[in-house]
Design a protein around this ligand. Structure first.
Ligand code: ATP
Ligand code: MG
Length: 204
């Protein structure tokens, strides 16, 4: 069987169980050999928003995946200059893993933006997309919107229901700021990393 590689991109500010459960579910269902988490450098869709220093987001991601033998973390986007675009990342992994079929994992919220992604025509030739459910996003509705997309895009987009975890990084940052618990929303080492480094205390 052909080798398969998953790419899980995100800001991971911070990484949480929603990301991890989604990546693990896709890995199992699609028989991926591994999933590489790619913390973004400067995401174009979060322009004007202040995000945590990349070294912290990278280290939290490393801590979070440490117990999963199928998960790895890449520094490629945080080391690349300028904005982070999926196309540059996919091209790079294609070069490193020329025999692998690449599966790009995103939330169903993100997949709807696909038409706005840089070089989308090349992107849909290079990889498959797995859009996972996320609370607040009705899969049926997303699929209806997708039906408006050209066939060559729809062909490479797969949907998958994962156990719905109503967790977001935005909510975790808000909780830290107001002193609410974040326990059980993310891996414990990440929780301790946040407190140790005083993250999310200031107004972003
Ligand atoms: P923020 O609230 O800062 O936007 P986030 O929780 O959405 O953070 P991102 O780093 O933006 O996290 O997400 C990376 C990817 O993971 C996106 O494709 C997003 O749709 C997906 N994702 C995030 N949270 C969940 C979740 N609870 N369930 C499934 N997918 C998720
Ligand atoms: Mg998000």
């Amino acid at each position: 069987m052909a080798a398969k590689l998953g790419i899980m991109g995100g800001t991971f500010d911070p990484i949480h169980y929603g990301h991890l459960v989604a990546a693990e579910a896709v890995r199992y269902k699609f028989g991926l050999d591994k999933v590489i988490f790619v913390p973004s450098g400067r995401p174009p869709h979060k322009k004007g928003q202040i995000i945590t220093e990349s070294r912290h987001r990278y280290l939290m991601t490393v801590l979070a995946v440490a117990t999963n033998p199928f998960f790895e973390v890449s520094r490629t986007e945080i080391e690349r200059k300028g904005y982070s675009y999926a196309i540059d990342t996919v091209r790079q992994f294609q070069r490193i893993y020329p025999k692998h079929k690449i599966f790009f994992i995103t939330g169903a919220d993100a997949i709807l933006q696909i038409l706005t992604w840089k070089n989308v025509d090349e992107l849909v030739r290079l990889c498959q997309f797995v859009a996972v459910t996320r609370p607040g996003f009705n899969l049926g509705e997303v699929q209806t919107n997708l039906s408006l997309l050209p066939e060559e895009y729809r062909r490479v987009i797969h949907f998958m229901e994962v156990p719905a975890l109503a967790i977001s990084s935005t909510d975790i940052r808000r909780r830290v700021k107001t002193g609410e618990p974040i326990k059980y929303l993310l891996p414990e080492p990440v929780e301790y990393y946040i407190y140790k480094n005083n993250l999310y205390k200031e107004e972003p």
